[in-house]
Design a protein around this ligand. Structure first.
Ligand SMILES: *Cc1c(COP(=O)(O)O)cnc(C)c1O
Length: 448
């Protein structure tokens, strides 16, 4: 495994599991409007709009399937929150811009960002089956899919997925609600409460020894043997990615409604927790297509699982794992505990992404507590990964040099820093109190 010499300082920090920032030299201010994908296809903003339209077609049905979604007319969206008190607690000075939170930790039903991609892929498959069997046309009232003939059709089919937890929750819960047989392959390190919750909903949970990658491979193999099974492939799925990308359209409206301008004098920095890269990749794709060069997206990874940074630094054709550079892939951020990046996401991000940074687990817990105390939000450790982004970018010599080189330094006082919080709503009380305890110990030790 050899990385280009220009990345040597970053590589050394990566191998030492020290927090580090990597800035993408291949980023383009004006990339092509239509992006090639490793699967041989192309995607553009039109595909993102199509995903949003699919969510809209299904909204009336979703509202009928769950009381939680009825209150929201079937719309799966989250709040955009201003966070001045948290900004102060984190020590981000106002002359570096303003801190905001995109609250996907409280997305309904599954409590994580996976509601976006996971739901989209299940809905797309259900729609394709129903169209094929003549049960609907694209302008039907989709509530008919909650009735006898459609449910009988779905009951003959299976949806399967491999997951560390949250994707399984999202796919499993929606598949079961629509009447599909649902199978979730989980790694042995997946949290017990996530497995329990799925089993309560009638989802079959298959446990595999080993890490996330092994669970996905086992699931993929089992699904290939069943022609009536749709396997949601987290490492390769365009449908997942486009489901995530639809978030950009809604965020665009939210920013406008809040009077947050994004242009050359008002840059937008977005910090996204990254596992395989599908969720942050889809959102970055959507945001770059929608808002252009003045949005800068950064991915956040645990120091032991920096698979996306490693992939972005690697020469073409390489697909390294974090084990190759002596890391363990052990982290409390279970949503991000992934040893190898999605090639689809990595390829798509090459001209779009601004950078990637890594975070220690201890820092995740401290930020989780600060978010609770100063923004009154309950997030899980994975969802805290973005909060060290503004400091790593604006408070480091390396970040400052890059900001200067990009011509962004003079505009920093009018910048928006948007941290995407990706999960937390469903974490059980006992588990959450343990997170808080660990974070408070850390904070007390730092202030002592
Ligand atoms: C899955 C997940 C992510 C990252 O998504 P990827 O598509 O794996 O990059 C981030 N945060 C949480 C809480 C997640 O569950």
């Amino acid at each position: 495994m050899t990385l280009p010499a220009s990345f040597a300082p970053t590589e050394a920090l990566l191998r030492a599991a020290s927090p580090t920032l990597w800035l993408n030299p291949a980023r383009q201010a004006q990339p092509e409007a239509v992006m090639p994908t490793s699967e041989g296809g192309h995607i553009s903003l039109a595909d993102t709009r199509e995903a949003a339209a699919r969510f809209a077609r299904f909204a009336p049905l979703l509202a009928e399937l769950s009381p939680e979604l009825r209150a929201r007319q079937g719309v799966i969206e989250s709040e955009l929150l201003s966070a001045p008190a948290l900004q102060q607690a984190l020590g981000l000075p106002p002359e570096h811009g303003a801190l905001w939170i995109k609250g996907d930790h409280s997305l309904p039903v599954v409590g994580s960002i996976k509601a976006r991609g996971g739901f989209h892929e299940v809905l797309q498959w259900a729609e394709a089956l129903a169209l094929e069997h003549g049960l609907i046309t694209l302008d039907s009232d989709y509530r008919v899919l909650g009735q006898g003939p459609a449910r009988a059709l779905f009951a003959r089919h299976q949806v399967a997925v491999g997951s560390t937890g949250n994707l399984g929750l999202s796919i499993g819960v929606l598949s079961a609600a629509l009447g599909f047989q649902a199978v979730v392959h989980m790694s042995s390190d997946a949290k017990a409460w996530k497995k329990d919750r799925l089993r309560q909903r009638g989802v079959e949970v298959v446990e595999h020894g080993g890490d996330y990658e092994k669970a996905v491979a086992a699931g993929r193999q089992q699904a290939a043997a069943n022609p009536l099974c749709h396997f949601v492939d987290d490492e390769r799925s365009l449908s997942l990615l486009l489901g995530y990308s639809a978030a950009a359209l809604h965020l665009g409206q939210q920013l406008q409604a809040q009077g947050v301008v994004v242009d050359a004098e008002h840059p937008l920095f977005v910090y996204l927790p990254c596992g395989v890269g599908g969720a942050p990749g889809g959102i970055t794709f959507g945001l770059r297509q929608l808002l252009g060069p003045h949005v800068h997206c950064f991915f956040a990874e645990p120091v032991q699982s920096p698979c996306f940074m490693l992939q972005m630094m690697s020469p073409e054709g390489a697909h390294p794992s974090v084990y190759d550079i002596g890391l363990t892939n052990h982290t409390e951020a279970d949503g991000l505990a992934v040893p190898r990046a999605s090639l689809l996401a990595a390829e798509l991000m090459r001209p779009l992404l601004s950078g990637v940074f890594t975070v220690r687990d201890d820092t995740l817990f401290e930020h989780l507590v600060q978010v609770l105390d100063h923004a009154d939000q309950r997030i899980e450790p994975s969802a805290a990964a973005g909060f060290s982004g503004p400091q790593q970018l604006c408070g480091s010599a390396q970040g400052q040099a890059w900001l200067a080189e990009q011509g962004l330094l003079p505009h920093l006082p009018r910048a928006t820093h948007l941290v995407w919080t990706t999960g937390g709503l469903l974490v059980p009380e006992l588990e959450f109190s343990r997170f808080v305890q660990r974070g408070r110990q850390g904070l007390n030790a730092t202030s002592a």
